[in-house]
Design a protein around this ligand. Structure first.
Ligand SMILES: [Zn+2]
Length: 277
């Protein structure tokens, strides 16, 4: 077995363990809890989870999706997050081989996994993830061998400004509507007084994605995010959902950025080299 193959297996197992930790982050930070203590407990009965029941994916399967103490159902989201993170880490390892290039991609994918969960479940993108991620991405670009610092900073600032522009433009359009009342600052993101505009969480997440991916892959990531978001919106409307019911945009940004991690450069080159009629 080659070192790269050995590393790929290690990455899969590491990803499943990190996915387990990301579950804790996605559940506890929005609830205002600590991510280090107390140890994992059943949300229904509060009994501590034994180490062998806490093994990623396997623990869930062996328990039959039920708590050992109270028999309460365990959400499929836990093993799904663990399995998805494991497979993403495996994919990154197969792309980068045993090299330092694995690290930034693995960090970005981890930040995005938390975002998918918190945005779908609570309509929030955590500042710890988006702002912390932006700083992390900019700092990592200072390490030679990967993305250039200027590319990281440029893509981060560019994505931030683009999203800010979209927000201001949509707010401007909304204010022209008769009967529109300007919501207090910060209220447009909570799902209650949602205005349909771009939330601050998405704007900060765009800066984070830019810092990690650099210009070419960020363009691909945002293109895929807007494309998949628009298609999903149209499909939901075709199935009778009101266009006034908003859908969180974070998961689409996460999906676009994850795709760009694997194929961003290739897609950008294919687009740039294509001969348009
Ligand atoms: Zn229980």
């Amino acid at each position: 077995m080659s070192p790269d193959q050995l590393f790929a297996i290690f990455a899969l197992l590491l990803g499943m363990c990190i996915g387990s930790f990301l579950n804790v982050v996605a559940i506890r930070i929005p609830a205002g809890g600590s991510i280090v203590s107390p140890p994992s407990a059943c949300p229904a009965c509060g009994s501590a989870i034994r180490w062998h029941d806490n093994i990623p994916v396997l623990g869930y399967l062996l328990l039959g999706a039920k708590c050992r103490s109270c028999g309460g159902r365990i959400s499929w989201r836990y093993p799904a997050c663990e399995a998805a993170t494991g497979l993403l880490f495996l994919g990154i390892a197969l792309k980068t081989g045993f090299s330092a290039a694995f690290v930034p991609d693995a960090i970005l994918v981890s930040l995005l996994m938390v975002t998918v969960r918190t945005d779908l479940e609570h309509w929030i993108v955590l500042d710890e993830i988006s702002l912390g991620g932006t700083v992390a991405g900019l700092l990592i670009s200072l390490v030679p061998g990967g993305l250039e610092p200027l590319g990281s900073l440029g893509a981060s600032a560019g994505a931030f400004l683009l999203f800010l522009l979209i927000r201001q433009a949509s707010l401007l359009a909304l204010r022209r509507k008769p009967g529109y009342v300007v919501p207090p600052e910060g209220c447009e993101d909570d799902g209650e007084g949602f205005t349909g505009g771009m939330g601050w969480g998405d704007i900060k997440l765009a800066a984070c994605i830019g810092a990690f991916l650099g210009p070419a892959s960020t363009i691909v990531a945002l293109f895929l995010a807007f494309g998949s978001g628009a298609v999903t919106g149209l499909v939901l409307m075709a199935f009778g959902r009101s266009r006034r019911v908003p859908i969180p945009f974070g998961p689409f940004m996460a999906a676009g950025a994850m795709a760009a991690v694997f194929a961003g450069e290739a897609l950008f080159r294919a687009y740039a080299d294509a001969r348009w009629p």
